[in-house]
Design a binder for this molecule. Structure first.
Ligand code: MIC
Ligand code: SF4
Length: 749
C-alpha cells in the first residue's frame, strides 16, 4: 500500500502545484495526493470547500470500534476496503498493577473482546489484543508513514502526525464509510504554521511545546485547521516528541497536526523495524515536506503563523479542568496561591498515548534514579502506563521498570487506564479536593478518577516525575532544592536519556492477531439479552414537516465536552449497547437554569429529574426536544455516542454557540440537526419554559439560515436565526434519518 501511495505521490503533488499555482505546504501535498477523484483538477477553498478524500488506513479502539463495527455490519460488505485495525486499550481498568488488572479486564470484558476479535476476523481487520498497547502508540510503531493519510475512531489519532502523516480523528460512521470503500468527506482545512526555532534544553521537553501552543490558541483555536510545524527546532525534536505535540493538537480542536519528513523520522522507522519504509520515503524525500519557499515566507502560505523559540521555552503545567490553562512552572507559586489550588501533589502519573515513548521513559527514569542516589523519599504516589508491549518489554529489559519500582511506583497495564477514568483510585469516592499531575493530554473535570474535586494538571513526564518526588505543585526543579532523608538540600539534575533504545526494540509477544484470509464462515454473535452489546435499529427518517412544540431538554452552561455528554469511566462498559449507555446522556452537563448537574425540569410534570429520565418521558409522550449549549460544544472525544444517544432518546436538534469539529460531523451523520446561533447573544433568549417552533425547516438547504420561533411562558414570541453547515449530501442524511440509512437502502455505494 505504501509503495502505491509513494509511486503516485510526485505526480499528484505536481498536479496540485499546477492547479493552485503556488508552492505547497506539506499539509496540502498530503491532502491533494489523497483526493478520491485522483489527480487534482481544481484548487479548493480553505475553510469552505467540502472535499472527498481516500484515506490509506483506518484504526479503531475498543470503546469506539463496537459502534463503528455494529454500523459496518449493516453495510453489507464482505471485507474492509482499506487496511484497518482494532486495538483493545480503553476497557482495562488500572487498579493494582498490570498482570492482575489485565486478567480482570479479560474476565469482565470477555463478551466485548470476543465480539471485536471475531468481527475483525470476519471482515479482514487486524486485531490487537488487550495488553498489546494503546492504539496511537501501536499505530506509530507499526503503521504510520510519512505522507500517508489515515482516519481513526479516536480524537488522538492525530498522534501519527509525529511520523509525517495527516491522521484525523472521526466518529465510527465516518470510519464505516471508508471501510466500506466509500469516500470520506472533510471541509478543506485552514492552515496554521508553527515555526520552531532553537533547541530544547534542560527540563524542557516536546510536551512543553504543545502546552505552550495550547495556552496561545486555547481549546478552540485550532478548530477547522491543520497545524504544520517546521523550522530547525522541529527537525531537532525526536519523532516520538513530534508525536506528543501532534497528539495534544486534539486539545486545541485542530483537525490534525503534522511535521515534514526528516532524519528523526527515518531513525524511528529503522528502529521500529521499518527500514524498507524509510528507504521508500527517502526516495521521494523532497515531496514529504513543505516546499522551501513556504517555510521561508510562511506568512504568505499559512492562514496564521506562530513562532516559538525552543531555547526560551519553560516547562509548563496546564490545568486544572482544561488543557489550555497554561502556567510556566516559574509562575506556579503565584497562580496556585491566587486560585486556591491545593499545592500538595497526591499522585503523579506518567505514560498514556501522549507520552510513553522510550525517550519519555528513559528521561523520567533518570530522575527516578536520583531518588536513591540522593537519599530522597518521593512524597506522592507514582504510576506508569506504558503505551505498548514493545515499549514495556524494552524498558523492562533496559532496567527502567526496576528503577521506577525502587521509587515505589505502580506499573499499570499497557492501556488507557487512569487517562480515561479507568482508575480504581482508593478514596476517590470521598470527593475531596486534591491535586494530581499527569503526562496525559486531557484534564476535564472528573475524567481521571471520577472525583469532580480532583484538580489534574498536565505536564511532561519529566516534570510529572519531579513533582511526584517533591510532592509539591510549586516545586521548580530548575531553581529549587529538596530536603532529603538526611536533612540535606539537594537539587535534581536535569533529565537525560536516549531517544531510541541502543539495543533496539523488542517484545516476546507484541499482541497482534491477523484476520482470516477468508472470513465469510466466521460467525459474529450478539446475544439478544446482552447488557453490553445491542444490534442497531435504524433511526426514523424525517417526516418532512417543521418541528413544532419542541421543549428545551437542557440549556447547558459553560464547558460541555463529550465527557459531559457521554461520560467515560464506568460507562465505557456500555459502549456497544446504545440503549444502556443512553442512560448517561448529558448527566455531566450543568443546567443553566439551576446550576445543577443532571437535574432538569420535566415540562410535562413540572418536576425536576435526571436528564435521561426526563428525555425518555418526552419521547414516550411524543414531545420533540432540543439541547442548547455554549461555545465549542462537544469538545474532546470522537465518541459518536455523544450524538447517537440524544438521537436515540428522541432529541431533534442541538443548538449551540459553536461546535467542535468531530462532534458536529457525528451529529450530522446520525441524522440530527446541528445548529449554531447566528447571534451568540440569542443564547440568553432561551428560557426554561419556552416552546420552540421551527419556521422554515421544510426549505432546509445549504448556506441558508433557519429560523426558530421562541414562545415564552408569558405568551411573548420572538424569532431567532440559526446557522448550519450542511451541504446538499448532508441534508440528505438528515432527511433519511442518518447516513447509514442511505447505505442500508443501497442509495449510496
Ligand atoms: C479520550 O481520550 O477521550 C478517548 C476515550 O480516547 C476518546 C475516544 C472515546 O471516547 O472512546 C477520544 O479521544 O476520542
Ligand atoms: Fe487512551 Fe487517554 Fe490516549 Fe484517549 S487520550 S487514547 S483515553 S490514553
Amino acid at each position: 500500500m505504501i509503495k502505491a501511495v509513494y509511486s503516485r505521490f510526485p505526480q499528484r503533488v505536481e498536479a496540485a502545484r499546477k492547479v493552485t499555482g503556488k508552492p505547497l505546504t506539506l499539509t496540502e501535498k498530503i491532502l491533494y495526493t489523497h483526493l478520491w477523484s485522483g489527480d487534482a483538477n481544481t484548487a479548493f477553498e480553505r475553510g469552505k470547500s467540502y472535499v472527498d478524500f481516500a484515506p490509506d488506513r483506518v484504526a479503531m479502539q475498543d470503546a469506539t470500534a463496537q459502534m463503528a463495527l455494529l454500523q459496518f455490519m449493516q453495510a453489507g460488505r464482505k471485507k474492509v476496503a482499506v487496511p484497518s485495525t482494532v486495538h483493545c486499550d480503553h476497557l482495562i481498568q488500572a487498579r493494582v498493577g498490570s498482570t492482575q488488572d489485565l486478567s480482570d479486564a479479560l474476565n469482565k470484558n470477555n463478551e466485548v473482546f470476543n465480539f471485536l476479535s471475531s468481527i475483525s476476523n470476519k471482515y479482514g481487520i487486524g486485531f490487537w489484543k488487550p495488553g498489546a498497547g494503546i492504539i496511537h502508540q501501536v499505530v506509530l510503531e507499526n503503521y504510520a508513514f510519512p505522507g500517508g493519510m489515515m482516519i481513526g475512531t479516536d480524537s488522538h489519532t492525530v498522534n501519527a502526525g509525529g511520523l509525517g502523516m495527516v491522521a484525523i480523528g472521526v466518529g465510527g460512521a465516518d470510519a464505516m464509510d471508508v471501510m466500506a470503500g466509500m469516500a470520506w468527506e472533510l471541509k478543506f482545512p485552514k492552515l496554521i504554521g508553527i515555526k520552531l526555532t532553537g533547541k530544547l534544553n534542560g527540563w524542557c521537553s516536546a510536551k512543553d511545546v504543545i502546552l505552550k501552543v495550547a495556552g496561545i490558541l486555547t481549546v478552540k483555536g485550532g478548530t477547522g485547521c491543520i497545524v504544520e510545524y517546521f523550522g530547525e527546532g522541529a527537525q531537532s525534536l525526536s519523532c516520538t516528541g513530534k508525536g506528543t505535540i501532534c497528539n495534544m493538537g486534539a486539545e486545541i480542536g485542530a483537525t490534525t497536526s503534522t511535521f515534514g519528513y526528516d532524519d528523526s523520522m527515518e531513525r524511528y522507522l529503522r528502529s521500529t523495524g521499518r527500514s524498507e519504509v524509510a528507504d521508500l520515503a527517502n526516495a521521494i524525500r523532497e515531496h514529504l515536506t513543505g516546499d522551501a519557499e513556504v517555510y521561508a515566507n510562511p506568512e504568505q502560505y499559512f492562514d496564521q503563523v506562530i513562532e516559538i523559540n525552543l531555547n526560551e521555552l519553560e516547562p509548563h503545567l496546564n490545568g486544572p479542568f482544561t488543557p489550555d490553562l497554561a502556567t510556566p512552572i516559574s509562575k506556579m507559586k503565584e497562580e496556585a496561591a491566587k486560585n486556591n489550588w491545593p499545592t500538595k501533589v497526591e499522585v503523579g502519573l506518567i505514560g498514556s498515548c501522549t507520552n510513553s515513548s522510550y525517550e519519555d521513559i528513559a528521561r523520567s527514569a533518570s530522575l527516578a534514579k536520583q531518588v536513591i542516589a540522593k537519599n530522597l523519599k518521593p512524597k506522592a504516589e507514582f504510576s506508569i502506563t506504558p503505551g505498548s508491549e514493545v515499549v514495556r518489554y524494552t524498558i523492562q529489559r533496559d532496567g527502567f521498570i526496576d528503577t521506577f519500582n525502587e521509587m515505589g511506583a505502580t506499573v499499570y497495564a499497557n492501556a488507557c487506564g487512569p487517562c480515561i477514568g479507568m482508575w480504581a483510585r482508593v478514596g476517590a469516592d470521598k470527593k475531596e479536593k486534591n491535586t494530581i499531575v499527569h503526562s496525559f493530554n486531557r484534564n476535564f473535570q472528573s475524567r481521571n478518577d471520577g472525583n469532580p474535586n480532583t484538580l489534574a494538571f498536565v505536564a511532561s513526564p519529566e516534570l510529572t516525575t519531579a513533582l511526584a518526588i517533591a510532592g509539591d505543585l510549586t516545586f521548580n526543579p530548575i531553581t529549587d532544592t529538596l530536603v532529603n532523608e538526611k536533612g540535606e538540600h539537594v537539587k535534581l539534575d536535569p533529565p537525560s536519556g536516549d531517544e531510541l533504545p541502543t539495543k533496539g526494540f523488542d517484545a516476546e509477544d507484541p499482541g497482534y492477531q491477523a484476520p482470516a484470509e477468508d472470513g465469510s464462515g466466521v460467525e459474529v454473535n450478539v446475544a439478544t439479552d446482552s447488557e453490553r452489546l445491542q444490534l442497531l435499529a435504524p433511526f426514523s427518517d424525517w417526516d418532512g414537516q417543521n418541528i413544532t412544540g419542541a421543549r428545551v431538554l437542557i440549556k447547558a452552561k459553560g464547558k460541555c465536552t463529550t465527557d459531559h455528554i457521554s461520560m467515560a469511566g464506568q460507562w465505557l462498559r456500555f459502549r456497544g449497547h446504545l440503549d444502556n449507555i443512553a442512560n448517561n446522556t448529558l448527566i455531566g452537563a450543568t443546567n443553566f437554569f439551576n446550576g445543577a448537574q443532571n437535574s432538569v425540569k420535566n415540562q410535562l410534570t413540572g418536576a425536576y429529574d435526571e436528564v435521561p429520565k426526563v428525555q425518555r418521558a418526552y419521547k414516550a409522550a411524543g414531545v420533540p426536544t432540543l439541547v442548547v449549549g455554549d461555545q465549542n460544544y462537544g469538545e474532546g472525544s470522537s465518541r459518536e455516542h455523544a450524538a447517537m444517544q440524544p438521537r436515540h432518546l428522541g432529541v431533534r436538534a442541538i443548538l449551540v454557540k459553536s461546535f467542535a469539529r468531530i462532534h458536529e460531523t457525528n451529529l450530522k451523520k446520525q441524522g440530527m440537526l446541528a445548529l449554531t446561533f447566528s447571534n451568540d447573544a440569542d443564547y440568553d433568549k432561551i428560557q426554561e419554559n419556552d416552546v420552540v417552533n421551527f419556521i422554515d425547516l421544510v426549505s432546509f438547504s445549504p448556506d441558508k439560515p433557519l429560523h426558530l420561533e421562541l414562545v415564552h411562558e408569558d405568551g411573548s414570541k420572538e424569532t431567532i436565526a440559526v446557522n448550519h453547515t450542511y451541504n446538499a449530501q448532508q441534508i440528505e442524511w438528515f432527511k433519511a434519518g442518518g447516513a447509514l440509512n442511505l447505505i442500508r437502502k443501497g442509495l449510496v455505494h
